[in-house]
Write a protein that binds this ligand. Structure first.
Ligand SMILES: [Zn+2]
Length: 179
């Protein structure tokens, strides 16, 4: 498995609407494995294909990862969503803090639907549907947004967004100086 490069704001790939996957085959599954490996290595709970420079409608999620007593990473329950489509949303909404591997070091409160129903293809290309709530619902909405070229910072006020982008740029400058 290969750890892929994670593209960061303001790379234009993150603004692009991703194309549907036409076939779930071994080549695609290899890419899914690489995405998962990349997400684990970047210590994220979700990753969308555009974040690794591939403009396709693919999401991987695992928020049940753990560490053993020696600090080794243990995978939790990897979930793969190919061509995910939100087919229902609850009226209730929730607010939670989100971060993103493409917006390093930052977090902000974002409003999301509390529950969603999503239709998708799984690792084997089988059509499935899931009623997601709690954390999974939030992560899924965040990742599906990526497929439409939307970052979570596009869903907060302009004032907050500008502040956050400034902080991110400052962090980058500091990191560059340390190198
Ligand atoms: Zn993200």
């Amino acid at each position: 498995m290969t750890v892929l490069k994670v593209f960061e704001y303001p790379d234009p790939i993150l603004k692009k609407k991703a194309a549907a996957v036409e076939k779930v085959d071994d080549e695609l599954r290899r890419f899914l494995d690489d995405m998962l490996e990349t997400m684990y290595s970047a210590v994220g709970v979700g990753l969308a294909a555009p974040q690794v420079g591939v403009s396709k409608r693919i999401v991987v999620i695992d928020y049940e990862q753990e560490e053993d007593e020696n600090g080794n990473h243990l995978r939790g329950r990897p979930r793969y969503f190919i061509n995910p489509e939100i087919v229902w949303t609850s009226e209730e909404r929730v607010c939670g803090e989100e971060g993103c591997l493409s917006v390093p070091g930052q977090r902000a409160e974002v409003e999301r639907f509390e529950k969603i129903r999503v239709r998708y293809l799984d690792y084997d290309g089988k059509e499935r549907e899931i009623l997601a709530d709690d954390f999974l619902a939030i992560v899924l909405q965040h990742e599906i947004d990526h497929l439409d070229g939307i970052l979570y910072i596009d869903r907060i006020s302009r004032l907050k967004r500008n502040m956050l982008i400034k902080k991110m740029e400052k962090r980058r400058e500091e990191e560059a100086r340390e190198k």
